[in-house]
Design a protein around this ligand. Structure first.
Ligand SMILES: [Zn+2]
Length: 703
C-alpha cells in the first residue's frame, strides 16, 4: 500500500461514524504498555478491573460492571454522561485511564482534543512520560500521529495533528489557550493543582468545558485528581455534582457487597501483627487478608451510584486500598497510617493520597480558650523534662521587639519556654542591646545543664528591614538569621536564602546578610494541624505545650488567623497575631539546615539527651522491679539493652567527650554490681560556658 493510499485509508476511517468500541475494549485490543512501565506489554483490563466501569462511563456505553442497585444486574446506561470525574488515590493506574481515553479518541472517534495541565511543565512532562511512550508503543496510534521529532511532521510537543482532529496540550495558567478552539474531548489532569481563577476570567475547568458546548452529548470530559483540602478541592466539587459511584467488592466469607472503608474495617491481625486484615462491614464481620479480598472478593465486583447527581456527571471515588495485588500492599499503608498518628503532615498525605479524601482544615474552629486550658504548670524560663534544644524567634514592630523562646524534644515536640516584649524603636541600638542580653542569658534545666538558644530567627518584614539586616549581619556566627514570609503559597517552611545588601549609617555591605524565606502558610498548617490533633492526646503526647504563666492575650494572638479554603489563604481574625508569627519563625529554626530537627532519628535524640539530661543510670533504675533481679530473663534482657544504648551514645559522642569514659564504664559494669542511681543535683549549678551560642556539638548537629 502506497503512502497516499494509506493516508486516504486513515482519512476514511476518521470521517466515518464513531465505531462502537468503548475505551476499555480499545485498550485491550490496541494498547501496548511501553517497556519503561511497571507491567509492560498488552493492556489487560483484568489487572485493574475497577478501571473498566470508569472507562464505560467515559465511552457513554452501557456498563456490565456498573449497577443501579445491589440486586439489579441490568447493564447500566451511561448514554447521558458527558463529564466523568475521578477522585483517586495514588498508584492505581488512574493516569493510564486518561491516556486510554486520548488514545481511543484519536483512533476511533476523531475530534479536537484539549488536554489541560496545572502548568506548562506538567503538560511537557505528560507528553514526554505518558503520551509519547503510548504513541510509539501502540501501532494503532503510531499510524495516525506522526513523531514530533521527525522533519515535516507538523507536530510539536504540545500540538498533535491526526486524521480528523488536533490535540492541544495547554496549561491552566493562561486563559487564552483555554478559550481558543472548539473541542469535542477534554482531559483535565490533576485539577486540584489548578489555579481557582485564571487571568481574572474564571475557573479554568469551566473555561475548558465551555469549548465543548457545540457537541452536546457527544462531548466527553474526563477530569481526575487526588483530592486536597476540603471546600477548596475541585475534584471534590465535581464528585459531589455527580452520582458518586463506589466500587463494591464482596466479602470473601459471606458475599455481602461493600466498599473499603479504612477507618472502619482495616486492622492488624491479632494473631500476627505483620498481617493486615479487612473486616467485613456489612455482613459476617470476618477479617480477611488483602490476597483473599483481591481475588475471591473481586469476583463480580461492580460500581454503583450512591447519589442522584445532575444526570450528566458520572463521578467515581477510588482509594489506594483497591490497587492490584503486588502493587502497594495494605501492610505498607498501615505503616504509613501508624506513622501519621503523631505527624500531621503525614496524615494529610495519607488522607489525600491513600484514602483519596479531602483533608479538613479545622483551624477556624480552634478556640483560644480551649488551647489555654491545655496549659501545663511549668514556669516560663524553666525547662520541662524532654525539652532538649532551644530556638528563638523575634518579631519587629516600629516601637518594640517581641521574642519567643521555643523548646524542642523527641518527635519535634514543642514548648513555649518564654515570651517577652522589649519596648523601643528598632532603628535605635538600645532595644537590640536588650535582645543581645536576653539571648546571652542561659536557662538551666533540672539536671544543672545550662541551655542556650541554638538558632534565632528575626523577622525583617516590618518597617525596620535594614536594622534587622545589620543586627543579623554581625551575629551570623551566633546563629542569628533574618527571615521574611515567602511571596508564593505552599512553599517549604524554610527555603533557600538569598544574599542581601545591608546599608547602615550610609555604608553599604554588598551581600552582607542572608535572607531566609519562610513558607508561612505551610508552617501555619503544620502548627494548627498539631494544635487540632493535640485535642485528643494525653498531656505527654501533645505536640505543642504551653505554660500556665502565659496570659490570655498570648493564646488569642496564637489563634488570630484561620485558613480560608475557598480563597486558599490564611485570614486574620484579630488585629494582633505576633504569638502566631513567633511560633512560625521558631518552626523555621527547627527546619533550618543547621538544625534539621525534623530529620532526627531516635538515636540522635538519645545522643542529645545524654548531654542535656545526663541521667543515663536511670536506664537501669527506672526499669521495673524485675530489672533489679539479674536472674530474671526480662531483667537481664533489659540490662543488655541499656548497655547497648550506653555504648551507642558513647560512640556517638566520641572519645574526646567528657562523658565518653563514664558511659563506657557503666556499660561494662558486671550485673551483680548494684548500679548507681543518678538524680538531679539539689541546687543546679550552671555548667561552664563554651563561648558562642552554638556549642561545639558538631558531631551530630552538622550531619
Ligand atoms: Zn462477611
Amino acid at each position: 500500500m502506497g503512502a497516499t493510499e494509506a493516508f486516504l485509508k486513515t482519512i476514511t476511517e476518521a470521517i466515518r461514524p464513531d465505531k462502537r468500541i468503548g475505551i476499555a475494549e480499545w485498550s485491550e485490543q490496541h494498547r501496548i504498555l511501553p517497556e519503561s512501565s511497571p507491567e509492560p506489554g498488552k493492556w489487560r483490563n483484568e489487572r485493574t478491573p475497577y478501571l473498566v466501569g470508569i472507562m464505560d462511563a467515559l465511552s457513554g456505553q452501557p456498563s456490565a460492571v456498573t449497577r443501579y442497585a445491589h440486586d439489579d444486574e441490568r447493564p447500566f446506561d451511561n448514554s447521558r454522561v458527558i463529564t466523568v470525574g475521578l477522585m483517586k488515590g495514588h498508584q492505581l493506574g488512574g493516569s493510564a485511564l486518561g491516556e486510554n481515553f486520548i488514545g481511543r479518541c484519536i483512533t476511533t472517534a476523531a475530534g479536537n482534543i484539549l488536554a489541560v495541565f496545572a502548568t506548562y511543565d506538567d503538560a511537557e512532562k505528560w507528553e514526554m512520560d505518558r503520551f509519547e511512550p503510548m504513541r510509539s508503543s501502540t501501532p494503532d496510534l503510531r499510524r495516525r500521529v506522526r513523531d514530533a521529532m521527525k522533519k515535516g511532521s507538523e507536530n510539536t510537543k504540545l500540538r498533535k495533528k491526526f486524521p480528523g482532529g488536533l490535540m492541544n496540550l495547554v496549561s491552566a495558567t493562561k486563559a487564552g489557550r483555554l478559550k481558543s478552539t472548539t473541542v469535542r474531548y477534554v482531559l483535565l489532569e490533576e485539577i486540584d493543582e489548578y489555579v481557582l481563577n485564571v487571568d481574572g476570567q474564571g475557573n479554568p475547568i469551566e473555561l475548558a468545558r465551555n469549548r465543548t458546548s457545540n457537541f452536546g452529548r457527544r462531548a466527553k470530559i474526563f477530569a481526575n485528581s487526588t483530592p486536597t483540602i476540603k471546600r477548596r478541592s475541585q475534584i471534590e466539587k465535581l464528585y459531589e455534582t455527580g452520582d458518586q459511584r463506589r466500587y463494591f467488592v464482596r466479602c470473601p466469607d459471606c458475599g455481602s457487597p461493600q466498599f473499603f472503608d479504612w477507618r472502619k474495617g482495616m486492622r492488624r491481625s491479632p494473631d500476627d501483627p505483620r498481617v493486615v486484615l479487612y473486616y467485613c462491614q456489612t455482613g459476617c464481620g470476618a477479617g480477611n487478608p488483602e490476597s483473599v479480598w483481591k481475588t475471591r472478593g473481586y469476583v463480580g465486583a461492580y460500581w454503583m451510584p450512591t447519589a442522584a447527581g445532575d444526570g450528566k456527571t458520572a463521578s467515581f471515588h477510588l482509594s489506594a486500598l483497591y490497587a492490584p495485588l503486588g502493587w502497594r500492599p495494605w501492610s505498607d499503608l498501615m505503616d504509613d497510617w501508624e506513622a501519621a498518628q503523631t505527624d500531621t503532615e503525614k496524615m494529610i498525605a495519607f488522607v489525600n493520597n491513600a484514602l483519596a479524601e479531602c483533608w479538613e482544615d479545622k483551624s477556624a474552629e480552634m478556640k483560644w480558650e480551649v488551647i489555654k486550658r491545655r496549659a501545663e504548670p511549668y514556669k516560663l524560663r524553666t525547662i520541662p523534662l524532654g525539652c532538649l534544644m532551644l530556638t528563638c524567634a523575634v518579631d519587629t514592630q516600629n516601637d518594640r521587639l517581641e521574642a519567643e523562646i521555643s523548646g524542642w524534644g523527641r518527635g519535634m515536640r514543642n514548648w513555649t519556654i518564654d515570651h517577652v516584649v522589649f519596648r523601643g524603636d528598632p532603628s535605635l541600638p538600645e532595644v537590640w542591646r536588650k535582645l543581645d542580653e536576653y539571648l546571652e542569658t542561659p536557662i538551666v534545666n533540672q539536671f544543672g545543664v545550662s541551655m542556650r538558644v541554638e538558632l534565632c530567627a528575626v523577622d525583617s518584614g516590618g518597617g525596620r528591614t535594614q536594622d534587622v539586616y545589620d543586627y543579623c549581619r554581625v551575629r551570623r556566627h551566633r546563629g542569628v538569621f533574618a527571615v521574611k514570609g515567602a511571596k508564593d503559597k505552599h512553599k517549604p517552611i524554610i527555603g533557600r536564602p538569598t544574599d542581601q545588601d545591608v546599608t547602615v549609617k550610609g555604608k553599604t555591605y554588598k551581600n552582607g546578610v542572608q535572607l531566609w524565606p519562610i513558607g508561612t502558610d505551610t508552617a501555619k498548617s503544620r502548627i494548627f494541624g498539631a494544635l487540632v490533633a493535640d485535642d485528643e492526646q494525653e498531656v505527654n503526647d501533645r505536640r505543642i505545650h504551653f505554660s500556665t504563666d502565659l496570659d490570655d492575650e498570648y493564646f488569642e494572638q496564637l489563634t488570630a488567623e484561620a485558613y480560608n479554603p475557598s480563597k486558599d489563604r490564611w485570614d486574620r481574625l484579630r488585629k494582633r497575631n505576633e504569638a502566631l508569627d513567633l511560633k512560625v519563625y521558631n518552626f523555621a529554626c527547627a527546619y533550618h539546615p543547621r538544625l534539621r530537627l525534623n530529620t532526627y532519628s531516635e538515636a540522635d535524640w538519645s545522643a542529645l539527651e545524654a548531654v542535656i539530661e545526663p541521667r543515663v543510670m536511670d536506664l537501669f533504675s527506672a526499669a521495673p522491679a524485675d530489672a533489679a533481679d539479674p536472674a530474671s530473663k526480662a531483667g537481664a534482657a533489659r540490662t543488655e539493652l541499656a548497655r547497648g544504648i550506653l555504648r551507642d551514645v558513647a560512640e556517638r559522642l566520641g572519645p574526646e567527650h567528657p562523658k565518653h569514659d563514664e558511659l563506657m564504664e557503666l556499660a561494662s559494669k558486671p550485673v551483680e554490681d548494684p548500679l548507681p542511681i543518678a538524680s538531679p543535683p539539689a541546687a543546679p549549678e550552671p555548667a561552664p560556658q563554651s563561648g558562642g551560642w552554638i556549642p561545639r556539638r558538631d558531631n551530630w548537629l552538622r550531619r
